[in-house]
Design a protein around this ligand. Structure first.
Ligand code: ATP
Length: 430
């Protein structure tokens, strides 16, 4: 393993690997989410996460994975397995692999004992294990649990052991990643800078088509701008990132690139500041001092839920009616029964009548109606699963009624229907 350079200068940490330890993470009930937080924190420091592994509480495999990771990466982070029981192996395996003796750190024992005493309990002897540290390791205080994190210098490389529970791990890692923290100090001067842009109403391939010429230009630039496209139902996100040691210049380059993207994508861009579509719609309603109500059939209240997830939405959301059954469309939204009989519940005339009834009942300025077939049953040849009719009326504009055919299963259809309805409101309020 590489030692510290003779002149004492230690090279910056550029690459990292994460090992999540815990048999429960291999089963079906628990997912490794710690590595997402770690990837974000390291990314901000310009340290590239090259690989991650999940391993059960098994000495030999953990040893193998750890030794391989340490052979490849400047920084290895292990999460979990620092508890007091026999199956908590992380500190023992790491100490053995680095040929470091495990010794009891009396200050840690005292801290754990005090933590128990504060709750009027005696510290079980078992917990002494959590005070065993590889010789030379630095203990990282854990404000939310008993096991401290540990930082070990292994030549030029750094090994960090973190407790598994996210609420314990996150503050410890955040402190390490501050500019003055042990990892912040060891990161290079380069940082990864990012900006993002969110669109709706265009498919991923349409977004790609409109933006491809820009990407190829940016890939060739020095330093290159990396682009990541993420598609979720009814939404496409573009993230631009740049590795640079000059923050202000990186931000200028990225903002310029984002402006070019926004030009290419036109009004399908709903935010460049990471706000959600319901937040953006809420702001438009607030600016124009308008209220909104919704009549929802196949979305069962999802549109109103998304709107009211935003704090402060009571200033513009008036309410709505979940008209799932035709009788509710007739009795609470005054949709004429013969309209449903003639055109079917999923039809443009019925959606228009739902808006009309909703306006009469709620007096809201902006009225939205959604009626559709979310599936998996209920589709016909003429109206297959995914058919959704959305009607929107905003003051000063003619009623707009559109029929969509959304792909995917029930959940995707419902989500796209609400996304599309929100997008129509956003555009009509422009
Ligand atoms: P403790 O001292 O609390 O036992 P520990 O370091 O031994 O901490 P584990 O016992 O491995 O941690 O995990 C404790 C809990 O933390 C798990 O049940 C799980 O809920 C959560 N956890 C562990 N690893 C992860 C992970 N990689 N991502 C998300 N949650 C995790």
């Amino acid at each position: 393993m590489a030692g510290v350079k003779p002149d004492g200068a230690v090279p910056p940490l550029r690459t990292a690997e994460v090992i999540a330890v815990g048999s429960e993470l291999l089963g079906t009930s628990r997912l490794d989410t710690n590595s997402l937080f770690i990837a974000q924190k390291l990314g901000e420091l310009g340290i590239e996460l090259r690989a991650k592994a999940v391993v059960g509480d098994e000495r030999r495999r953990l040893h193998e994975i750890f030794v391989h990771a340490l052979g490849r990466a400047d920084l290895v982070l292990l999460t979990g397995g620092l508890g007091p029981t026999d199956d908590d192996l992380t500190r023992e395996v790491v100490a053995a692999a680095l040929s470091l003796e495990l010794i009891e750190d009396e200050t840690i024992t005292a801290r754990i004992r005090a933590r128990f005493e504060r709750r009027g309990m005696r510290m079980p002897d078992l917990n002494r294990r959590q005070a065993m540290v590889p010789r030379g390791a630095v203990a990282l205080p854990n404000a939310n649990g008993t096991a401290p994190g540990l930082l070990i210098l292994a030549g030029d490389r750094v090994v960090v052991l973190l407790p598994g529970p996210p609420r314990e791990l996150q503050p410890i890692l955040s402190a390490l990643c501050e500019e003055t923290g042990a990892l912040g100090r060891r990161a290079g001067r380069e940082r990864i800078h990012t900006v993002s842009l969110f669109t709706t109403g265009r498919s991923e391939s349409h977004v790609e088509e409109a933006t491809q010429p820009l990407y190829s230009q940016w890939r060739e630039a020095s330093p290159p701008i990396e682009t990541t496209i993420l598609a979720t139902p009814g939404q496409v996100e573009i993230h631009l990132s740049l590795r640079s040691d000059d923050g202000p210049s990186a931000r200028r380059i990225l903002e310029d690139a984002r402006a070019q993207l926004a030009d290419a994508l036109g009004d399908s861009v709903f935010t460049t500041s990471g706000r959600t579509l319901p937040q953006v719609v809420g702001e438009r309603l607030l600016e124009r001092k308008l209220t909104l109500a919704a009549a929802e059939s196949c979305t069962g209240g999802l549109l109103l839920q998304r709107l009211t997830d935003v704090a402060g939405s009571s200033a513009y959301v008036r309410g709505g009616i979940v008209a799932y059954d035709n009788r509710v469309k007739e009795t609470l939204l005054d949709v004429p029964p013969d309209l449903i009989a003639r055109h079917g519940a999923v039809s443009e005339p019925v959606a228009a009548a739902m808006v009309e009834g909703l306006r009469a009942r709620t007096g809201a300025d902006v009225c939205v109606a959604i009626t559709g077939i979310a599936g998996p049953g209920g589709g016909t040849e003429a109206k297959p699963v995914g058919t959704v009719v959305i009607a929107v009326e905003v003051p000063g504009r003619a009623l707009e009624v559109r029929t969509h055919l959304f792909p995917g299963g029930r959940e995707m259809v419902r989500l796209q229907a609400t996304q599309s309805a929100l997008d129509r409101v956003r555009r009509l309020l422009d």
